[in-house]
Design a protein around this ligand. Structure first.
Ligand code: C2O
Ligand code: CU
Ligand code: CU
Length: 512
């Protein structure tokens, strides 16, 4: 059954209301619940798991330096409705872990370690059972960081892909007062867009494969799949929605919350975006561009000027397929803008060229340069297992930067695909990408470069926390590891990779 495109209006995600607010500190409560939502006009409601029963979850909207506390609660049913592979990450204690476990991570947040959502800090309904790293019920977010679009999502050990696919994701905006002077579009003209893919059955229910298409008999059932591409594209929880806009400039804060899929966004009439920000906040200067490449978890903050298109429609398109070419009936379209609303008042917003100061991280002393490889192996069932530097999740910590020091991570990707690499706690700068001879590397293990190091494009000249490590390239990133010490993680943000086993602990250690 083909769903009609642009049949539903784009939902505007609701903002979470605090439970308590007192001098500079705010307390929220969020409960994860099973819920049913119509993802398209012509579909019956879909069973989902949502924060406060919403999909996407409610947006948490805070000021820079506002001290925020959130009690995340799990009120989900005792059984998972998506297929769990019980052969990955048995609990080390030997007895099996509960099926429905959750933990919340604020992606992009500089968060103390006990509030960061460590995969093994999971908890079940009413905190009845908790993982070995569980420390507390109420998480603290100091928000001492640049204004930016962050997002929160589930991070439970080995089932992150299923919990996020079920709907456990929401936006988190940190606003910085200084930004006011830039006169960017505000209020109803500042619109977060959470874009993601899902596969839906004809009855509207979510489909997640319980194994590869042609499983061998020896594979466990269910068996984790190495990637997940859905053909229905949803924005703010609706399939291919439309949005009516005024002929003026809007700000869109765009997040790709897909499990595996990368989007290349464009506008059907060939007009351009003005990119003003990336994962970690505003860019040093704005960038005019006709296409935006967004891997899972990456964010782009853009302006679109509709003033020359009064009365016209334009489509937000996608040019990159997921395991094949884009299909005009499905993933080639994202949403539609209809420039049909009358202008409410003069558009006094601006499109500034210069946005934010950008210090050079490498101007400080480099404490350490780490060389890290994206690697793979096989499990006892013959399934591919993607790993980081040939280590599995449960191997002892190897990445242990000292608190407050600067490191360069040089990441070699000799695999066939792009992996969006994400570090918790820090924002980093991309230094360069350099192509090397992959065949030679895979045979002899030495790096022979086949071209010069290329500095990042203007779109990546800001702060990043997730970056595309392309096949056959060495990418170098630099970060100051702080402001907290303790246990974090770094991983590939393709959730099917992260769950098995492309994730490693990272310990920020105190200086002696
Ligand atoms: Cu978006 Cu480790 O997470
Ligand atoms: Cu993160
Ligand atoms: Cu990956």
């Amino acid at each position: 059954m083909a769903l009609e495109k642009f049949a539903d209006e784009l939902p505007i995600i609701e903002t979470l209301k605090p439970q308590k607010q007192s001098n500079g500190s705010t307390y929220y409560e969020v409960t994860m619940k099973e819920c049913y939502h119509k993802l398209h006009r012509d579909l019956p409601p879909t069973r989902l798991w949502g924060y406060n029963g919403l999909f996407p979850g409610p947006t948490i909207d805070v000021q820079q330096n506002e001290s925020v506390y959130v009690k995340w609660m799990n009120n989900l049913p005792p059984r998972h409705f998506l297929p769990i592979d019980h052969t990955i990450h048995h609990s080390e204690s030997g007895h099996s872990e509960p099926d429905v476990k959750t933990v919340v991570h604020l992606h992009g947040g500089a968060t103390p370690p006990d509030s960061d959502g460590y995969p093994e800090a999971w908890f079940t309904r009413n905190f009845e059972e908790t993982g070995p790293y569980f420390e507390k019920e109420i998480y603290h977010y100091p928000n001492k960081q640049r204004g930016a679009l962050l997002w929160y999502h589930d991070h439970a050990m080995a089932i992150t892909r299923l919990n996020v696919y079920a709907g456990l994701a929401g936006m988190y905006i940190i606003r910085e007062k200084k930004e006011k002077r830039l006169k960017l579009p505000e209020g109803e003209y500042d619109v977060p867009l959470m874009i993601l893919d899902r596969t839906l059955n004809d009855d509207g229910s979510l489909f997640y494969p319980s194994g590869p298409d042609h499983p061998s008999e020896t594979l466990p059932k269910p068996s984790i799949v190495p990637f997940l591409c859905g053909e229905t594209i949803l924005v703010n929880g609706k399939a291919w929605p439309y949005m009516e806009v005024e002929p003026r400039t809007y700000r869109f804060r765009i997040l790709n919350a897909s499990n595996t899929r990368t989007f290349t966004l464009g506008l059907s009439n060939g007009s351009h975006f003005i990119q003003i920000g990336s994962d970690g906040g505003l860019l040093p200067r704005s960038v005019k561009t006709q296409s935006i490449s967004l891997a899972p978890a990456e964010r782009y903050d853009v302006l679109i000027d509709f003033s020359a298109f009064n009365g016209e429609n334009m489509i937000l398109t996608n040019g990159t397929g997921c395991g094949g070419a884009v299909n005009p009936d499905t993933d080639a379209n994202v949403m539609q803008f209809r420039v049909t609303k009358p202008l409410k008042g003069k558009d006094t917003s601006r499109k500034p060229k210069y946005l934010a100061a950008m210090p050079d991280v490498t101007a400080q002393r480099i404490q350490r340069i780490r060389t890290l490889k994206l690697t793979n192996t096989q499990d006892k069932y013959g399934r591919p297992v993607l790993t980081l530097n040939n280590k599995r999740w449960h191997d002892p910590v190897t990445e242990a930067p000292k608190l407050g020091t600067t490191e360069i991570w040089s990441i070699i990707n000799p695999t066939r695909g792009t992996h969006p690499i994400h570090l918790h706690l820090v924002s980093f700068q991309v230094l360069d990408r350099r192509p090397f001879d992959m065949d030679r590397y895979n045979e002899f293990g030495d790096i022979v470069y086949t071209g010069p190091a290329i500095p990042p494009p203007p779109s990546e000249k800001g702060w990043k926390d997730t970056v595309q490590a392309h096949a056959g390239e060495v990418i170098r990133i630099a970060a100051v590891f702080g402001p907290y010490s303790g246990r974090y993680v770094w991983h590939c943000h393709i959730l099917e990779h992260e769950d098995y086993d492309m994730m490693r602990p990272m310990e920020i250690t105190d200086l002696p």
